[in-house]
Design a protein around this ligand. Structure first.
Ligand SMILES: [Cu+2]
Length: 149
């Protein structure tokens, strides 16, 4: 009365040689996944570490014509700072490029858009520039200052 499990009948049309080829293909696929997966996980982990614990603070910076509001932000050294970059200028795209930070960023927003980004502030206290790289904008005053305290 013990139930018996019948072995599945051999698949018709697959010769032993073809089955062997299929087995090799499956093993190769498995091996390549094993090789690639750790690198994919590593990059995911680095991504997670870069924003570990979330940003220390969030600031909103608005592009209002050829100026940033506010044009100065104060941040602690060596922390992740989230910028919500808002473009309130209906006539032009603007961006915001940081300089001299531990991890610089450039974020672009089209008219009406809000774009978040996270930069890592400099380790050394000081005054650092951020500006708009759209041609002619920085010269027209589209720039600001990150004060690392
Ligand atoms: Cu601009």
């Amino acid at each position: 009365m013990t139930p018996t499990i019948a072995a599945p009948p051999p698949a018709p049309g697959l010769s032993p040689a073809r089955r062997y080829g299929l087995l090799i293909a499956v093993l190769a696929l498995g091996a390549s996944l094993l090789l690639v997966a750790p690198f994919a996980l590593l990059s995911l982990r680095q991504e997670a570490l870069s924003v570990q614990g979330g940003p220390a603070l969030t600031v909103e910076i608005v592009a209002d014509g050829m100026r940033y509001v506010p044009s100065e932000i104060r941040v602690p050294p060596g922390v992740n700072v989230r910028i919500d970059f808002v473009n309130r200028d209906p006539t032009s795209p603007h961006d915001l490029q940081t300089f001299g930070q531990r991890r610089d960023v450039r974020v672009i927003a089209w008219p009406g858009e809000t774009r978040p980004t996270v930069f890592k502030s400099a380790d050394r206290p000081g005054r650092y520039t951020f500006l708009c790289t759209v041609r002619g904008h920085a010269a027209a005053g589209h720039a600001g200052t990150i004060i690392v305290e």
